[in-house]
Design a binder for this molecule. Structure first.
Ligand SMILES: *[C@@H]1O[C@H](CO)[C@@H](O)[C@H](O)[C@H]1NC(C)=O
Ligand SMILES: *[C@@H]1O[C@H](CO)[C@@H](O)[C@H](O)[C@H]1NC(C)=O
Length: 376
């Protein structure tokens, strides 16, 4: 009798667990790990508070997933309920390599530190919501990694007197293998959907162009810097594919933000913000002077490929963006927001190219939208 009761109890428990696993009301969650390309947190260690570029790519991807704005991990109340909907662990600055900070400052927010925070978070979710619900949340969520920008801006800022090439090649190998190790650690923690973002072509960033201009007098993208970054991206993408084939129950996607931005830089007038009604457009079209208006440049895409919208000096790159009032009047016409970051307008384009399956897709082997479909 006792045995039968026990079996019945176990049966009812397991149906409960099963229903928790299959619960369709569990929202898809997004967990973001990253550097300044993914975070607007304001470190108390900064003396001046940078004006945040709110249109960061991970935020725009969250929007396309239909999620509300992600809370920052540091500011979340760390209850399972709030964490389970997704959280942003990213940090500005945040580096793949933890060793480089002065006085260990940057170590606090390195890749490995953020992976540790993920583990902590999953622990809280497991303890409060139970193992079945937790594993459902973790395996169905998207984990997006956007790193490398801060590592490479530091490397490039080391100036015209860089390490020998082999040193730089070694650097990209180390960075890529640290990233792969993080993906493996996440997998070991139950994560099954990961998107890894490439590093943008920082050789075209205003600050890098300015530094080369001071030496060489050229206004163009710094090919050498782009080549270093491209090599890292290729390596990372290949390693991710390799890891993916050894872990068939997981889906890993690489989003080539580098290729996307190079396409926009090469054809800046072809891409534009089409999702905002333009007041001037309406007014002028009523006057039947659309042609004149287009001459003024309202709908003609990115007119400024080179200069930061928010900054001072040549290319807007002598000093970075410190407050909103420093910004240009029409950021949507710029490719670059500040020293090293693209504008929201560029990120909107990249978010679409990441999310949708289209001719312009930049994520492989599948788009992020496809990645979020149920695992087979
Ligand atoms: C924590 O945050 C969540 C979501 O933001 C909220 O629903 C919940 O009430 C908060 N809990 C506590 C204890 O403050
Ligand atoms: C992104 O895609 C949506 C849906 O197709 C579209 O409405 C929007 O204009 C696109 N945004 C950009 C910047 O291309």
């Amino acid at each position: 009798m006792v045995r039968i009761l026990l079996i019945l109890l176990l049966l009812s428990l397991s149906t409960k667990l099963l229903s928790a696993v299959a619960d369709p009301s569990t929202a898809e969650a997004l967990f973001v790990l990253g550097d300044s390309s993914a975070s607007c947190n304001l470190s108390p260690l900064h003396f001046s508070v940078p004006f945040c570029n709110t249109g960061l790519l991970p935020n725009l991807i969250a929007e396309r997933m239909g999620l509300p704005e992600l809370p920052l991990f540091d500011q979340s109340n760390k209850t399972a309920k709030s964490l389970a909907a997704g959280v942003n662990f990213a940090s500005d600055p945040g580096k793949i390599l933890s060793g480089g900070g002065i006085g260990g400052v940057f170590q606090l927010h390195s890749l490995s530190q953020q992976v540790r925070q993920v583990t902590e978070t999953l622990q809280i979710i497991r303890l409060e919501l139970g193992p079945a619900a937790a594993s459902h949340i973790v395996s169905s969520a998207l984990f997006l990694l956007s790193f490398g920008k801060d590592d490479y801006t530091s490397l490039l800022a080391a100036g015209a007197n860089p390490d020998p090439k082999r040193g730089r090649r070694g650097f990209s190998r180390i960075l890529a293998s640290e990233m792969i190790r993080a993906v493996q650690d996440l997998y070991d923690g139950g994560v099954r959907r990961v998107a890894v973002m490439a590093v943008a072509p920082l050789g075209c960033a205003p600050r890098v162009v300015l530094e080369a201009y001071n030496v060489l007098g050229s206004h163009n993208c710094v090919d050498e810097a782009n080549e270093i970054i491209a090599r890292y991206n290729v390596k990372l993408s290949a390693e991710l594919e390799k890891l993916s084939s050894s872990l068939p129950d997981a889906k890993f996607v690489f989003c080539d933000v580098y290729a996307g931005m190079m396409e926009i830089i090469a054809n800046p007038l072809s891409y534009e913000q089409t999702n905002k009604p333009n007041v001037f457009y309406v007014a002028l079209s009523q006057l039947n002077s659309i042609a004149k208006f287009q001459g003024l440049g309202g709908l003609t895409g990115f007119e400024n490929v080179r200069d930061a919208c928010c900054g001072v000096g040549p290319f807007g790159a002598m000093a970075g963006c410190l407050f909103k009032e420093m910004a240009c009047a029409e950021p949507q016409k710029h490719i670059w927001w500040d020293l090293y970051s693209p504008t929201k307008a560029v990120n909107e384009v990249l978010a679409n190219w990441s999310w949708f399956e289209s001719d312009m897709h930049i994520c492989k082997p599948v788009s992020l939208q496809r990645l979020m479909q149920p695992l087979s």
